[in-house]
Design a protein around this ligand. Structure first.
Ligand SMILES: Nc1ncnc2c1ncn2[C@@H]1O[C@H](COP(=O)(O)OP(=O)(O)OP(=O)(O)O)[C@@H](O)[C@H]1O
Length: 299
């Protein structure tokens, strides 16, 4: 489990992470979402003890990172897959990590096998494709067989096969009971893998919950009725926000389909259609983070 409590990081006047509190439970993949510059990497760096918080705490299984005796056995991470000495072979890179962290050499062979790099183990990491580098980064994260995994944008720049591989791996790791936190700035990408979402913008928590809870955000009720104009006024009087959908169609916001149906029945209004239109996850994400985009495009 990862726990953030009032976590804050300031760089001069800039607040990169602002009073962030949330819990990442075990046994699930949690997507850590936010537009570019939202503070995801900074928060992850503080969880990993690479940056010191200005205020607040981040703990991994109840301890701050610097209190962990064998950190790689508790939390494995991939922040920047390219951050490997280019002249070092994949095997040597993992061997060095294993030896400096008191892990058995047998683990090096095991993780190379898990990520499908056994054949390329003797090649220099500097010559690796992005996909191979990501696999090596994941191998390093898995080296200590940790119960907690933290991956920063792991599918960035991968081909479809690589994306599918990472998704399947993350789901498998969560199914084994591990805590998996994976960041992304694309909702569509996380939606296919994550069970839960934590959404941040400008360093602050915007929303969190199970993935199904987000599709309801921004849902419109579509109503078709021959009395469109009159029923629109009646809906507005009841507190709904109504937009004309063209012809006999109304798009109702802020009132559920059952409530719209009940109002129509009470008013004796004939309905041809009454449908809840769920916003896609991507729409929900854009809606939630609209005011939190650091460099939004002018509209
Ligand atoms: N070392 C630093 N010094 C000054 N500002 C920083 C530093 N590191 C991050 N920032 C700023 O903090 C904010 C959050 O950055 P961060 O990289 O954590 O965001 P992110 O959500 O990971 O974004 P991305 O998806 O683009 O990687 C940004 O405005 C960034 O410019």
């Amino acid at each position: 489990m990862i726990q953030l409590s009032g976590l804050t990081k300031r760089y001069g006047d800039k607040v990169a992470v602002d009073d962030l509190s949330f819990t990442v439970p075990p046994g699930l993949v949690t997507g850590f979402l936010g537009p570019n510059g939202a503070g995801k990497t900074t928060a992850m760096r503080m969880i990993l003890g690479l940056d010191v918080p200005t205020a607040g705490t981040a703990t991994v299984n109840g301890r701050a990172h610097h209190e962990l005796v064998r950190p790689l056995r508790v939390i494995g991470s991939m922040l920047d897959a390219r951050a490997v000495h280019p002249q070092r072979t994949a095997y040597k890179h993992l061997l060095y990590l294993a030896q400096t962290n008191g892990l058995p050499v047998s683990r090096v062979h095991e993780v190379l096998d898990v990520v499908g790099l056994s054949e390329a183990a003797g090649r220099k990491a500097g010559g690796f494709s992005l996909g191979m580098s990501q696999r090596l980064g994941i191998a390093a994260a898995l080296l200590g067989d940790p119960p907690v995994l933290l991956l920063d944008e792991p599918v960035n720049g991968l081909d479809p096969e690589g994306v599918l591989w990472i998704r399947t791996l993350m789901r498998g790791l969560a199914a084994e009971g591990r805590t998996v936190l994976v960041s992304s700035h694309l909702m569509s990408e996380v939606a296919l893998t994550a069970d839960r979402l934590v959404i941040i913008g400008k360093g602050r928590l915007i929303a969190q919950g199970e993935i199904g809870e987000f599709t309801g955000t921004g849902a419109d009720v579509v109503v078709r009725t021959p009395d469109a104009a009159a029923f629109a006024r009646r809906l507005e009087l009841s507190g709904a926000h109504v937009r004309p959908g063209g012809g006999d169609e109304l798009l109702v916001h802020g009132m559920s389909a059952p409530d719209v149906g009940r109002l129509a029945a009470a008013e004796g209004v004939t309905l041809y259609e009454l449908t809840t239109r769920h916003a896609s996850l991507e729409e929900a994400f854009m809606e939630l983070t609209r005011d939190a985009v650091e460099y939004g495009s002018a509209r």
